[in-house]
Design a binder for this molecule. Structure first.
Ligand SMILES: C[S@@+](CC[C@H](N)C(=O)[O-])C[C@H]1O[C@@H](n2cnc3c(N)ncnc32)[C@H](O)[C@@H]1O
Length: 232
């Protein structure tokens, strides 16, 4: 069991296994996903030049060109290795500070402390069900969405994951697509894990679905969208 002092090195959502996998795959099997993510991040133009990264790990999937658009970055991640590896992976990152805390347990203080920052949730919301039960994860994700009201924020997050061997390309959607619609679009059946993030973005927000082959047999459908203070 993880405790408040745990370095989260053997965690289901990050830690050593995640870093090893990222190092092995980021320029190979993950390259199409990383390119799709970079392309989507180009379309997000928050007004602030300060960025709060929630759950960035070492930023294995975050492009340097995106980080370079900001003057300062603050990362929040449970994993002890996230900060030093982020600095190694992004040597030209803007000055970065870090909080090694649970973002859900410290949400109000983190958002208050980064009041003028744009917020990017870095594939973290869909991990909540791996730390908490389904009901708790749903409640936490709804609380997260409500706490971000009035901010410039963006999120990319697991929507569904499952076994799939097909090569799939990104999809642009003008509004929310339920998991069943996404699977129908990609002509996928079988069993898929619902990451409980379907209601994180407002229904009217445009979004992209980025297929991500995380390992040989396993594919994640990552949903990516943003909200500005004025709307979408
Ligand atoms: C899938 S990884 C994100 C990867 C990242 N997008 C990248 O480019 O490398 C999820 C990260 O979220 C962190 N995390 C998960 N739950 C968290 C929580 N409740 N609070 C803070 N960090 C959390 C994990 O430690 C892990 O580093």
């Amino acid at each position: 069991m993880q405790t408040a002092l745990s370095p989260y090195l053997f965690d289901a959502t990050g830690g050593l296994r995640w870093h090893a996998r990222a190092l092995a795959a980021r320029h190979g099997a993950w390259a199409p996903f990383r390119a799709g993510l970079a392309d989507w991040l180009e379309t997000w133009k928050p007004r602030s030049r300060r960025l709060l990264l929630l759950g960035p790990s070492a930023g294995w999937c975050l492009p340097d060109a995106f980080l370079a658009r900001f003057d300062a970055v603050h990362g929040v991640d449970l994993d002890l290795l996230s900060e030093p590896l982020f600095r190694l992976a992004h040597p030209r990152s803007p000055p970065a500070t870090w909080s090694r805390v649970d973002l859900f347990a410290n949400l109000a203080a983190l958002l208050e402390g980064a009041r003028g920052h744009a917020v990017l949730l870095c594939n973290v919301a869909g991990q909540r069900r791996l730390h908490a039960g389904v009901a708790q994860a749903e409640a936490d994700i709804a609380r997260l969405r409500d706490a971000l009201a009035g901010r410039d924020w963006a999120s990319f997050h697991d929507l569904l994951s499952g076994a799939c061997a097909d090569d799939l390309t990104p999809l642009q959607a003008q509004r929310r697509m339920g998991g069943a619609q996404v699977l129908a679009h990609y002509r996928q059946g079988g069993e898929w894990l619902d990451h409980l993030t379907g209601a994180l973005l407002p229904p009217q927000a445009p979004r992209r679905i980025l297929p991500w082959r995380i390992t040989g047999a396993r594919l994640h459908f990552v949903e990516a969208g943003f909200i500005s203070r004025e709307g979408y």
